[in-house]
Design a protein. Structure first.
Length: 390
């Protein structure tokens, strides 16, 4: 049996999405910047997709910029907003961000910005008091992810935005608030105006769309400069011929998921609860990382004491079960998860952590199979482990 439980890394493209995209490769293939009928046809598809994408996050169409992926959207947001401000100062993020943000911040530090990294508690949630106390007169930008990609903690974005908004009332240069929504777009409702954010990044392949396409929300009035050059496309922020088939795929994938958002959420919650309960009943010496009651139902992060997560991953793969030890963008690293480390989990325990991530395509039968196979593999690995209890 084949079971795919690595949906936080990427998802299967929905059949309706594929059907939406296919004609755009061969029938409606014009360049959206061309003035002839082929180009006008492509332009209409592009702008219809922009309007649909905007509507799903309660934004205006002219606030949506299509990008190559979520990482690119994060980079354009961070570097573009700071370049538009035109001065160096403090920038704030969290220790549990995706590397698209963390590596950008390291680069910005090298360019002379003062970076502050907020702590996370044992459940992976930041402190609003720490955020407030970290904001100084020279603070330029704050970047906080909507939900963590390794253990699913949902961050207090609206409350953070309120803190920033109050401070902005007394400032000439407003603090820009960026949110990485790669793990939440299409999975939980997002209203950018209610949240109070200025910038938002998403990626289609996380919600059953194609790889290689993302989107950036830029709140009207937010100053942002281009960081790429070569054309007028996407409001001069993302030059290059628009990838109309993939853009249409992103919009369709959002539509399919938003139309079934409550059903998908309940389905994921059921599967997560079933797997978590089964693991706790059948395997001793494990821990559930984060607060599974308040986290996204799409992610379950479990620590298996006395064994290496990579060994467990490989054994599960041999049994036809696909999981991960954390972010796919950090694969190949022998270091413990930076997210679990920030939560205070010791390195040895963090090395034994596995992320199971769900999608509406998963079934209870698949979870039954995992619960049949997993305890045997854990027992086998523990018998060989030098870390096992004496």
């Amino acid at each position: 049996m084949k079971v795919y439980l690595d949906n936080s890394a990427t998802t299967a493209v929905d059949t309706d999405v594929i059907n939406e995209m296919l004609p755009l490769f061969s029938l409606f293939y014009g360049n959206a910047s061309s003035f002839h009928s082929y180009g006008r046809q492509a332009k209409k598809i592009l702008e219809d997709s922009r309007q649909k994408t905007a509507s799903f996050i309660k934004a205006d169409a002219d606030e949506i910029i299509f990008t190559g992926c979520g990482t690119e959207a994060d980079n354009i947001a961070l570097f573009g907003a700071l370049d538009a401000i035109g001065s160096k100062g403090r920038i704030i993020t969290t220790k549990i961000e995706h590397h698209a943000v963390l590596h950008s911040f390291k680069r910005l530090e090298n360019l002379g910005y003062e970076a502050v990294y907020l702590n996370a508690d044992k459940n992976g949630v930041i402190s609003l008091d720490e955020l407030k106390n970290s904001i100084t007169d020279n603070t330029l930008l704050v970047s906080i992810m909507h939900a963590n990609n390794e253990m699913g903690a949902i961050e207090p974005i609206k409350e953070a935005a309120q803190i920033i908004s109050e401070i902005n009332k007394t400032r000439k240069e407003k603090i820009v608030f960026h949110m990485d929504a790669v793990q939440t777009a299409g999975k939980i409702p997002i209203d950018v105006k209610d949240l109070g954010i200025d910038l938002l990044a998403m990626s289609a392949h996380k919600f059953n769309g194609p790889k290689g396409i993302g989107a950036l929300y830029v709140k009207s009035g937010t100053k942002i400069s281009p960081v790429m050059f070569g054309g007028h496309h996407e409001n001069n922020l993302r030059p290059g011929t628009e990838n109309v088939p993939y853009i249409a795929g992103l919009a369709k994938a959002l539509e399919v998921n938003i139309n079934n958002i409550d059903e998908n959420y309940k389905s994921a919650a059921l599967l997560k609860d079933k797997l978590q309960s089964g693991i706790l009943k059948s395997i001793p010496d494990i821990s559930i990382n984060g607060d599974s009651k308040t986290n996204l139902p799409y992610i379950l992060n479990a620590g298996f004491n006395y064994i290496e997560g990579e060994a467990l991953l490989l054994k599960l793969d041999m049994a036809g079960i696909a999981v991960s030890t954390g972010s796919a963008c950090a694969s190949g690293s022998s270091e413990p998860s930076h997210v679990l480390s920030a939560m205070g989990i010791d390195p040895v325990s963090a090395q034994g952590a596995i992320r199971f991530s769900f999608n509406h395509c998963n079934t209870e039968k698949e979870i039954d199979y995992v619960l049949e196979v997993l305890p045997k593999i854990v027992e086998e690995l523990r018998k060989m482990s030098p870390l096992k209890k004496v």
